[in-house]
Design a protein around this ligand. Structure first.
Ligand code: IVH
Length: 709
């Protein structure tokens, strides 16, 4: 082989490995710069020596010449669908049926999350991805090979050689929730098509005749079964998945072998409890016989296998009638449109209100009183209207109110917030939270002028605010509710209804008044539902809350975009309240975690006379502890490895927290590692930790690790 061909193959191999580490294992091993430079070298060779070009070159993922139509092709083995079950009795019936045929007491089931995506069949020949079909009607599907090749986590060439010469892998293509949100956000901004849900977005992306459009969509894939194969695979699903995973095909890490039907029920419950934390939508679990021989014995009936079933979760959506639209005012004074609904039960909970987010959402959905709406409820997330079915005779369009619905009846003003858009693909990968304007802005400030960064600033999202400012009683209620909430001052007996009452009776006009409520003992004791005992309890709770850390107090103030992490960073930097009040904009931006926008929010907050005075009053009333983080060496000498993604922490944030406590954070697992923090989609680092017997913490353990340490 000549030198160029050798280098060409070497480049393909290295880039393919880097891709797999990045997209499948979530465990990047190359820097962006290195990756880019290898990719450029690959493209250069392909340009200079077009006859060297190989089908499975990573350059082939960017999209191809648009098609005029999709070709229809028969599946060698039909793609079946699944029967559904809904409760424990159904599960017992399903098991009974297996028992009858199999005459075996030891039936193993292989259980998997049922992903709400699009089923596809991938044909590999001699380890190369040759063809990809949609499910279609199960007998024939459409040839979407060009589109599938753009999906980064699907291997164009399999690793190793431990697989049949020819076989079909079936699986689900989907878009995860963060990517979906971002996709719609972008589409909305440029007036493009907004998708109703991630499944539609995945389907729409796969159906593109122009594969360069598909390439721009963040599609993902998990394998869930086999089709035709030239040679028999191992004897069980568990082993099949092990093998195809080794070959580089993504397999859901939540799949599990269950030894009894009781284990299956536990699996169902476990996955149901994780449902809201997953970054992709699932609508149940799939229970399959693990033994391929058993599967064959059971066979199929009317296009669904007898050896598998979908154990569905309770529906999260329901259709009902929109009875009214009202406006709520939050702690920032912004009006949020809320849909009042004809009560409807969703997954056992009665829903009669649901959020419409903002006026951009109203423009998009155009809901009108009397229309039917589809409402979606996911766990404890506020139900939201996801679709509108217009009534035959429609009412008026919903427009923002001119006057605030609060007692002040002040005019409402429209404001525009800035949306930051990053156009550089590499950078997008780096900044996972793409729609965080703070992070975009942060990058903009640090890297502007760098040719890597192209940041666009667009005026987009509009919101409507009460011009009564701090005096708006509705806004005050919102601020107080946040101030006393669990993660801020944590005053238990001060629930939302009591706050509303105290604000309406004008006993509380700011935060500090909470600590002067004992002056109103007689008035409060006379309120309905209050007596001596409940008054005393409330006073005790309020008194206890006076011992408060600086960071919790700062978080409780509810300064725009100052969450817990920022509050912590501020508390760490300033040794007393006075130092914070005297801080300049530049001093603030020099703090890690604080970008220009947040810094100006903080400046604005304290420049506001009422707020400054209120804060000073609080300083006098409370017993504040100022942590000296610099001295915190509770994790001294320990080494951690972080893998996967976390719901409540960014990876850098976690790293900062650990490092502030004296720990080291390392990129790879070794015997010296104290523990691995494994989030969602933890990759090979987790397996390595398990193999070495190293302690593994998950997201739930992190808080106690940080606080106890
Ligand atoms: S097994 C014969 N496993 O659900 C076996 N399907 O309602 C058929 N799906 O068409 C597929 N996650 O698109 C299987 N872990 C999973 C799945 C899954 C999602 C979809 C698939 C199928 C549909 C059947």
């Amino acid at each position: 082989m000549d030198k160029i061909s050798f280098r060409y193959l070497e480049l393909i191999e290295t880039i393919t490995l880097y891709n797999k580490k990045y997209y499948v294992d979530d465990d990047p091993i190359a820097s962006d710069a290195e990756y880019d430079s290898l990719f450029r070298e690959l493209l250069k060779i392909e340009h200079q020596y077009p006859n060297l070009l190989l089908d499975y070159s990573p350059s082939q993922r960017v999209g191809f010449k648009p098609l005029t139509e999709f070709q229809t092709i028969s599946h060698v083995k039909p793609m079946l669908s699944l029967s559904n079950i809904f409760n424990t009795e159904d599960l017992a019936d399903f098991h009974e049926k297996q028992l009858k045929v199999l005459d075996s007491n030891e039936i193993e089931y292989f259980c998997e999350p049922k992903i709400d995506g699009i089923a596809v069949s991938l044909y590999y020949k001699d380890g190369l991805l040759k063809q990809a079909l949609t499910r279609g009607d199960g007998i024939t599907g459409e040839n979407i090979t060009q589109n599938i090749k753009t999906i980064n986590c699907i291997p164009l060439k399999l690793s190793g050689s431990n697989f049949p010469d020819e076989f079909d892998i079936r699986g689900e293509v989907f878009i995860d929730l963060l990517d979906f949100k971002k996709l719609n956000h972008d589409a909305q901004r440029v007036g493009g098509k907004v998708f109703a849900n991630p499944r539609n977005a995945a389907a729409g992306s796969l159906r593109q005749l122009d594969s360069s459009i598909t390439a721009s969509r963040p599609l993902k894939f998990f394998a869930h079964g086999l089709g035709h194969s030239s040679k028999s695979f191992p004897s069980s699903l568990e082993k099949v998945f092990e093998l195809i995973q080794q070959a580089g095909i993504p397999v859901n890490p939540l799949n599990k072998l269950c030894n009894s039907i009781y284990d299956c029920e536990d699996y169902y419950k476990d996955i149901l409890s994780k449902r809201d934390k997953l970054n992709y939508e699932i609508d149940g679990v799939v229970i399959k016989l693990n033994s391929l021989r058993h599967q064959e014995t059971l066979g199929e009936i009317s296009r669904s296998p007898r050896w598998a079933t979908a154990y569905k979760f309770p529906s999260e959506e329901a259709r009902t009638t929109l009875e009214a639209i009202e406006f709520q005012i939050g702690r920032t004074g912004t009006l949020t449109p809320v849909a009042r609904l004809k009560p409807v039960s969703i997954g056992g909970v009665t829903v009669s209100n649901s959020t419409l987010h903002n006026f951009d959402e109203i423009k998009r959905l155009d809901p009108r009183i009397g229309d039917d709406v589809l409402v979606k409820r996911a766990g404890d997330v506020i139900p939201k209207v996801v679709k509108v079915f217009p009534a035959k005779k429609r009412q008026h369009e919903v427009v923002p109110p001119k006057i605030c619905p609060c007692k002040l009846k002040m005019p409402v003003k429209q404001t525009h917030s800035t949306v930051w858009e990053i156009h550089n693909k590499k950078l997008k990968k780096k900044i996972k939270t793409l729609y965080s304007k703070y992070e975009a802005e942060e990058y903009f400030h640090h890297h502007n002028g760098d040719d890597l960064v192209v940041v666009n600033k667009t005026e987009a999202l509009s919101s409507f605010k009460c011009t009564g400012g701090m005096h708006c009683p509705e806004r005050l209620k919102g601020k107080l509710i946040h101030f006393v909430s669990r993660r801020a001052l944590d005053i238990e007996g001060l629930g939302n209804e009591i706050i509303k009452l105290f604000v309406e009776k004008r006993l509380v006009e700011g935060f500090a008044d909470i600590f002067l409520l004992d002056l109103h003992e007689e008035t409060i004791k006379n309120f309905d539902g209050f007596g001596h005992k409940s008054f005393q309890n409330l006073m005790t709770a309020i008194n206890n809350s006076k011992n408060i850390s600086f960071e919790r107090l700062l978080y409780g103030l509810g300064i725009d975009e100052v969450g817990e992490a920022t509050a912590k960073a501020l508390a760490k930097k300033f040794n007393n309240a006075d130092e914070l009040l005297r801080a300049s904009y530049n001093e603030l931006t020099r703090i890690d975690d604080i970008g220009p926008k947040v810094a100006s929010n903080i400046m604005d907050y304290f420049e506001h006379d009422d707020q400054r005075k209120e804060f000073i009053k609080l300083i006098g009333l409370l017993n504040i502890t100022f942590p000296n983080f610099a001295k915190d060496a509770s994790l001294d000498g320990k080494t951690f490895v972080i893998t996967g993604s976390f719901k409540n922490y960014g990876r850098t944030e976690l790293q900062n927290i650990l490092e502030q406590k004296g720990a080291k954070v390392s990129a790879s697992v070794s015997k010296k590692t104290t523990a691995v923090l494994a989030g969602i989609k933890a990759g090979s680092k987790l397996s390595k930790a398990e193999a070495l017997g190293i302690t593994v913490y998950n997201e739930d353990d992190i808080a106690s690790l940080i606080n106890d340490a």
